[in-house]
Design a protein around this ligand. Structure first.
Ligand code: ADP
Ligand code: MG
Length: 325
């Protein structure tokens, strides 16, 4: 039966992970009891067919997975732990039979972090649009803002950069990898990003001032956001950027474009004092997360500089501005 009510019934979870949840799906609102001594974190992200994905670039399962993943990445970037999520889905009737598959993608990721689906909204529209709201927590004063980069800090980044952008170009037929295996790896990074909740939690248990931003719009853009919020200058060394073996097989010009401006890698960009680096690296290693030092923070007007060999250029959100002093 193609109606909203049978759809909602079919996606209603059978059990809840959180005992604080009083009412999930099924009433006018969800209701839960917040835990004492915690801060609540709330964020929202929308994905629109034709803008963020097409039938060519993402399966329904992947659309669901990624819609939640990008929100969990925002919670990770605060050092938080996700607890609940809500889903607003707007779609034309041709999508009806694939909605359950989207929810399978959502719940597959959600169960890895014990997150409860507690509500949402269902409406019709001419394009599939999915909005996820995620709710999480941190312990008192254990959260990370973009404004905490101090002169003398080190800049770090998790994982590798640029794979998602390369994967998208391959999906769109604009780029070819050397072989199927290479193409599959890059594409997977675009379709099924894994949010770095664990990395944020690790840092939240340590005592160092730290600023964090998740890399949704590209390293250049996120670095500029930290520089602006903190009122500092960031110096990034291009040769130290971590790249996957697959990305390293591409033309160097494309490697540069994708790793700096590509976006959608959902890695974490971190600044922290020198004294934190070894501890962070050792703790990350235990959970299989790569952490690479890529630069340092200086006093100065809010800006980001990219050093590449002898070349030093101002790195704006979208490109380079060479200068001659
Ligand atoms: P109301 O008319 O009171 O807004 P709805 O019929 O829209 O209620 O929703 C009924 C219940 O189903 C609510 O708990 C709502 O949060 C939930 N719900 C509706 N659509 C979705 C959805 N797409 N995903 C998850 N929960 C949903
Ligand atoms: Mg409603």
């Amino acid at each position: 039966m193609k109606d909203e009510f049978s759809l909602i019934r079919s996606i209603t979870p059978e059990k809840a992970y959180h005992k604080e949840l009083i009412q999930g799906i099924g009433d006018d609102s969800a209701i839960y009891t917040p835990i004492q001594n915690e801060h609540q974190i709330v964020c929202m992200d929308t994905m629109v067919e034709g803008v963020h994905f097409t039938e060519q670039t993402m399966s329904p399962f992947q659309i669901g997975w990624k819609a939640l993943a990008v929100n969990l990445s925002d919670i990770a970037a605060m050092g938080g732990t996700p607890d609940y999520y809500l889903v607003s889905i707007a779609f034309p009737s041709v999508w009806y039979d694939r909605i359950n598959e989207i929810y399978r993608g959502l719940s597959d990721l959600a169960k890895r972090f014990n997150i409860d689906l507690i509500g949402g909204d269902t409406v019709s529209s001419d394009k599939l649009t999915i909005t996820v709201t995620a709710i999480g927590h941190t312990f008192k004063r254990k959260y990370f803002l973009r404004s905490q980069a101090w002169p003398g800090d080190v800049i770090l980044v998790t994982g590798t950069l640029g794979d998602s952008a390369a994967g998208l170009r391959i999906l769109l037929g604009e780029l070819r990898g050397n072989d199927d295996e290479m193409e599959r790896t890059l594409i997977k990074n675009h379709q099924l990003p894994f949010p770095l909740i664990e990395a944020g939690q690790i840092m939240a248990q340590m005592p160092y001032h730290t600023s964090l931003n998740d890399i949704s719009d590209g390293l250049a853009s996120e670095a500029n956001e930290i520089a602006e919020a903190s009122g500092v200058k960031l110096i990034i060394d291009y040769s130290s950027l971590p790249k996957s073996d697959e990305l390293l097989q591409l033309d160097p010009k494309l490697q540069k474009e994708y790793s700096l401006f590509g976006g959608e890698d959902y890695q974490l960009l971190i600044t922290a004092p020198e004294s934190a680096v070894l501890e962070y690296q050792q703790a990350f290693k235990k959970v299989g997360i790569r952490l690479t030092r890529i630069g340092y923070v200086e006093e100065g007007s809010p800006s980001v500089y990219l050093v590449d060999g002898q070349d030093k250029a101002l790195l704006s959100k979208k490109g380079f501005n060479h200068f001659t002093d």
